[in-house]
Design a protein around this ligand. Sequence first.
Ligand code: NDP
Ligand code: MG
Length: 393
Amino acid sequence: MNKNQLNQITPKRIAIMGSTGSIGTQALDVIRENPTYFQAEVLVAHSNADLLIKQAIEFNPNAVVIGDESKYQFVKDTLFSYGIKVYAGTKSIEQIVEMETIDVVLAAIVGYAGLASTINAIKHKKIIALANKETLVVAGDIVTKLAYDNTVNLYPVDSEHSAIFQCLAGEFDNKIEKIYLTASGGPFRGKDREFLAQVTKAQALKHPNWVMGAKITIDSASLMNKGLEVIEAKWLFNLTSDQIDVIVHPQSIIHSIVQFTDGSMKAQMGLPDMKLPIQYAFTYPERILSKFPRFDFFNYPQLTFEKPDTETFTNLALAFKAMEKGGNMPCVLNAANEMVVQAFLEDKIGFLQMSDLIAQALDKMPMIQTPSLEDYIQCDKETRLLTTELIKK
Ligand code: NDP
Ligand code: MG
């Protein structure tokens, strides 16, 4: 498709799964700025009915879904006069992606909760703009195979993976030797375990470069986010563990790097702003004009790089270990992580306990070498129960 054709076509109709979240609201910013190109066809939230209603009134989607069924009547009554269809419940979230009028599904629900709708969207041959990295961590083998079998493209929204994807444009069959995923290092970069033992959730929720949802912000502080991204990269780009390296780059300007077999390295850079990778996932392979602030070299006289401290931040090492073991171990890692992050946010456990409990869950859960989807679903449930017990101890 050339640029003229892109201008002439009707807007892409996008289902925003998780429209009330950090990615969801930024996706709506992108849509608001580019009504010629994009249209919000479906909006999905979990419980933030007020924001969902506000978004529906502004963007006039075909349908909205609220996960929390107790809010159904309120959303339905409020949107009655707008002629917008309203559905509720987990099953509706999974099913809504089947709508024929959806062109692209933005998977931006947080955590394991995003898995079912993404799988169903792939089965119904929708283009996927993938923010929900947990989907690939939990069941990367099944999800990528399903996408392959249905000739569905998974366009990464995660900034590092979007960077790799952008570096690969035009490289066709050229092989990747290695990728370098960059990490900001989070708010506790350079701190020791003694310091980490005392940190509060308020400190952990203050990310130096990105404003994101609570779960991913804690994951960034604990370096689990980078661990999940390593596994996400393995599946998106078909890589082995020794082809993936993590490099701390506190300025978050270089979003990631690909090294090819001739030694050449390509990096994608720009100011940290998730709207860019969101928009690129919507327009790929085209680029469209944006008003995003431009990078000024003189505001960043130094771009620096460090080795990640995996002895202090053990989560990154745990994620590599789970990935190398394979089978259901990344699913265990993810479920245990979701539980400990929740417990940390509820002040039930300290910052360092999070990694300790994940390590225990990985040790205790039985290994399944080639899990089915049902095995993954069961493994997620059992790991949550086990981790809940471990948290109580
Ligand atoms: P937020 O917590 O800000 O938003 C999560 C969204 O998911 C909300 O719309 C929320 O609805 C909805 N949601 C939560 N639980 C459920 C559920 N059980 N069923 C249906 N919907 C649910 O998260 P982010 O936007 O920060 O992150 C979303 C995903 O994108 C994550 O997987 C994250 O790792 C990934 N990502 C995020 C980045 C960022 O910059 N934020 C960067 C790269 C990746 P409600 O508001 O009603 O609760
Ligand atoms: Mg990222």
